[in-house]
Design a protein around this ligand. Structure first.
Ligand code: FES
Length: 65
């Protein structure tokens, strides 16, 4: 599942970052580089990705709970 097209960040990479940083969006962006280029993937409805970064973080938090 692709979360960030610009920097080729997968859902699994985001999930690994959530394990370390919890819901800290800025820290996850810094660690994975997701959302640091065009910023499309920061919004739900971005057509370049399967799931937006905020939604991916939410999903990972639910799965890790
Ligand atoms: S798709 Fe994530 S920064 Fe462009």
């Amino acid at each position: 599942m692709l979360v960030c097209d610009c920097n080729e960040v997968s859902y699994d990479m985001v999930k690994a970052a959530v394990k370390i940083h919890g819901d800290n969006l800025e820290a996850i962006m810094e660690e994975t580089e997701a959302g640091t280029a065009c910023e499309c993937c920061l919004e739900d409805g971005c057509e370049k990705v399967d799931i937006s970064l905020p939604s991916a973080i939410k999903k990972a938090l639910e799965e890790l709970a």
